[in-house]
Design a binder for this molecule. Structure first.
Ligand SMILES: [Zn+2]
Length: 145
């Protein structure tokens, strides 16, 4: 079903209608909507079989346009990490890291549940959905053991 989003009357009196198919949402929205329903989905190319992140309309590996959305394993390792220094009254130090998921894609995120400086390269982490500045985010915590 088409949703009418705008009408415009042209000089000769013709009413032009701009419509949008509600299902035709962008890859970012698909990712965000999945997070809202507590799922982490990753785009995977049907043509070359590779995952990519961030979500895109075309596969960055082969430019294929046929993308499937797969449930992420949620497992990965810290690829790079740093500590952002912040005064205690402004929330204190926090970790910023790049996590490489088992699917081979990397996500900018942070590891929670440990001191920011205790996050190390190659640390095994698992994903969870958290909140930051009102947005849903994929965050990580250390794998126990
Ligand atoms: Zn591809």
């Amino acid at each position: 079903m088409l949703e009418l989003i705008a009408t415009q009357t042209t000089r000769n009196g013709v009413i032009a209608r701009r419509t949008q198919v509600p299902d035709a949402i962008g890859p970012d929205q698909i990712f965000q909507r999945a997070l809202a329903s507590k799922e982490i989905l990753l785009p995977k190319c049907d043509d070359c079989g590779a995952y990519h992140f961030f979500p895109r309309v075309l596969c960055p590996h082969c430019h294929g346009a046929s993308i499937s959305w797969m449930q992420a394993s949620g497992r990965g390792r810290v690829h790079a990490t740093t500590v952002v220094r912040r005064k205690p009254e402004r929330g204190g130090d926090y970790n910023v890291c790049m996590v490489e998921l088992d699917e081979g894609v990397r996500m900018m995120s942070r590891v929670e549940g440990v001191a920011p400086s205790d996050v190390t390269i190659d640390m095994e982490v698992s994903a969870f959905i958290g909140e930051g500045d009102g947005d849903l985010l994929v965050l990580f915590k250390p794998v126990e053991g």
